[in-house]
Design a protein around this ligand. Structure first.
Ligand code: HEC
Length: 197
């Protein structure tokens, strides 16, 4: 029985290892469909600690950038009607239930003149860039818990991207859209080199 017993144990260990590797490979494949199958590169990324996290962030930025590059400001203007009960969008427009949103990209949260913000928004205090604003309009209460903005959030990522490209036009000096192709290519090409050195 001894031999058979150990055979079973070894088989079980191997099977587990296979499943674990399988899931990891699958994960990589899903996150990075264009990543070359090069084990040396993967180990280098794993070893520099937090490499995986960095990778995930890059992917996120790229995907929002890509959404924005194909988004429509005029569709965004239509979607913004959902906000118009509480917000005005014109330069120097009045604060309503919510603050005026002219020049919102690049504004520090909770700082528009003459508007009484919640403590939560003032304490949040981040500058509204594409990413932060995308997250906020998609789910205000999860980004700024305790916000006075009683709006559930735009459920479709496309609506959020459209509205962001519309907001970008609400400025005398529109913020640059995040670069798409260049960034994706840089990240894919530069990373193996920097991690190998
Ligand atoms: C029911 C009213 C209401 C609706 C609808 C609404 N908002 Fe708001 N919004 C507010 C209020 C109130 C605040 C201030 C929140 C605070 O102080 O916590 C706010 C704040 C904001 C801010 C932060 C502004 C700053 O100066 O920091 C942004 C950005 C914003 N809203 C975008 C939107 C967008 C985009 C929509 C539509 C998709 C929308 N809001 C719909 C009431 C609303």
């Amino acid at each position: 029985m001894g031999d058979l017993f150990w055979n079973k144990i070894i088989a079980a260990v191997l099977a587990t290892a296979l499943v674990v590797f399988g899931i990891r490979e699958l994960g990589h494949a899903l996150i990075h469909p264009h990543q070359p199958e090069e084990p040396g590169y993967k180990i280098a990324v794993a070893e520099d600690g937090g490499g995986d996290k960095k990778e995930a962030e890059v992917v996120e930025v790229v995907s929002l950038a890509q959404m924005l590059s194909t988004a429509s400001a005029s569709a965004g203007e239509r979607t913004a009607k959902k906000c118009a009960a509480c917000h005005s969008f014109d330069k120097g427009g009045a604060n309503k239930i919510g603050p005026n949103l002219w020049d919102i990209l690049g504004r520090k949260a909770g700082t528009h003149e003459g508007f009484g913000y919640s403590t939560a928004m003032v304490e949040f205090g981040k500058t509204w860039d594409f990413e932060t604003l995308d997250a906020f309009v998609s789910s205000p209460k999860s980004v700024v818990p305790g916000t006075a903005m009683s709006f559930a959030g735009l459920k479709k990522p496309k609506d959020a991207a459209n509205i962001l490209t519309y907001f970008r036009t609400l400025s005398d000096a529109p913020m640059d859209l995040p670069a798409v192709a260049a960034k994706a290519a840089d990240a894919a090409e530069a990373m193996p080199e920097t991690t190998h050195e």
